[in-house]
Design a binder for this molecule. Structure first.
Ligand SMILES: [Zn+2]
Length: 415
């Protein structure tokens, strides 16, 4: 089959991938991995399966040899469809209507997965023949629940190691992600002294303590936010991100301004998510806790945030660590970032915008290994995990064409 056929078959391929559910949890990828392996094989490409957790295989294919090594990555798992009656077309129908492919995973990210399958199949023989380096295709498991048995394990195992990486998560064809915020989730625990509710003076109310602790925690974070400084090479990206989020929320964010979004992207966010405490209305509670979610920008580490909270809450409440991850980014001056930028500019005639996202991707594991990583793929951030999720056929073709340009340039293939 000629390359034109592969490109024009993209919508159909996305549809087929959607029709093989890989909902996480449980996150089983056996069927979709099998389909991808067979598809690659039909196009003359061999691949290997790496399975770090039962029924959650990853598919890896490599062509060419030596340096430089470029990694293409996409995850196969999708989030649950939710209430299926709220979908216009059944979530696993992969229905193609009016220039869009609908279904769970269309945007996040079977669209991006299909694009790298096609681009890999098209360019593999050219890279092989030119002896230009190594191109790695990877379709991975587990992203929606942390990537531990997917990209994280593959990086640790030395399977996914290279000079640069592109992940086709849904940035949309006119933007690319250079970085993401880190995570700092803590439990704030207040302890008191029980007593009968009719004589509260005899006790020490843990709920009242926790309320004070929450207020103080917010003051601590507000104060810390005034002192943090974002790496200067990311200042533009913060502004671009604020614009992107403002646009994504559309009319529902009418009361919010660009500076509100600049603040939420460029500083530590503060969201008390769960509160628990007390056991009976007529008792003075001796225990209350808050689960607090904070997302931290590049330039700040989770341990700094925890230290500040601990000293600020000293004597009032304890701070227990739930989950942390470092913010991470690839310098916009890295070659892979510049190639993606140039590719969008040349192929789409659009001046693209590097942005920082507030959520985490598997890119963090590659960056932690020192691999410059850019996220660039079809779809829209606002549609990921939504009802009536879709990807436009135009976006699939655009990202296909940009990535073809980027990969050719990366390997100095001309054309
Ligand atoms: Zn995703």
């Amino acid at each position: 089959m000629g390359s034109g056929g592969l490109r024009s078959g993209l919508p159909e391929l996305v549809s087929k991938l959607i029709q093989i559910p890989s909902v996480n949890p449980p996150g089983f990828t056996v069927n979709v991995a099998g389909f991808i392996k067979d598809w690659l094989s039909t196009h003359g490409l061999s691949s290997s399966i790496y399975e770090y957790s039962k029924d959650k295989p990853n598919v890896i294919a490599k062509v060419g040899k030596g340096k430089p090594v470029l990694i293409l990555n996409g995850h196969m798992d999708v989030v649950p469809p939710g209430d299926e009656s709220r979908w216009t077309y059944p979530p696993f129908s992969g229905k193609i209507v009016e220039g869009r492919v609908f279904g769970r995973g269309s945007t996040d990210m079977k669209g991006g997965l299909a694009v790298i399958m096609v681009v890999f199949a098209e360019l593999a023989p050219i890279i092989e023949e030119a002896g230009a380096g190594t191109l790695i295709f990877s379709a991975t498991a587990d992203e929606e629940v942390g990537g531990h048995t997917g990209v994280e394990a593959l990086v640790k195992d030395g399977v996914l190691v290279g000079d640069a990486a592109i992940i086709t998560e849904p940035s949309g064809s006119t933007r690319y992600y250079v970085g993401e915020k880190g995570l700092c989730q803590v439990r704030i625990v207040a302890r008191g002294k029980p007593a009968h509710g009719s004589l509260p003076i005899l006790g020490d109310n843990a709920i009242m303590r926790l309320m004070k602790a929450i207020e103080r925690a917010q003051e601590v974070i507000d104060g810390f936010n005034k002192s943090i400084s974002i790496p200067s090479e990311l200042i533009d990206a913060i502004r671009n991100s604020a614009e992107a989020y403002l646009e994504a929320v559309g009319a529902s964010g009418a009361k919010l301004s660009l500076s509100d979004f600049e603040k939420v992207v460029g500083t530590i966010s503060f969201n008390p998510g769960v509160i628990r405490g007390g056991s009976k209305v007529n008792m003075v509670p001796d225990y209350a806790e808050l689960e607090l979610d904070m997302r931290i920008p590049p330039g700040v580490s989770p341990s700094q945030v925890i230290d500040k909270l601990r000293s600020g809450l000293n004597g009032l409440a304890d701070v227990e660590v739930m989950d942390v991850s470092d913010p991470n980014y690839t310098s916009p001056s890295e070659r892979i970032a510049q190639l993606v930028h140039e590719g969008i500019e040349r192929v789409l005639k659009i001046v693209p915008k590097p942005i920082i996202v507030t959520g985490a991707t598997d890119g963090r594991y590659l960056r932690a290994r020192g691999i410059p990583t850019i996220v660039y793929g079809p779809g829209e951030l606002a549609l990921a995990h939504a009802y009536d999720e879709y990807v436009t056929i135009e976006d699939l073709f655009r990202v296909h064409d940009v990535l073809t340009y980027v990969i050719r340039r990366f390997f100095n293939l001309g054309g």
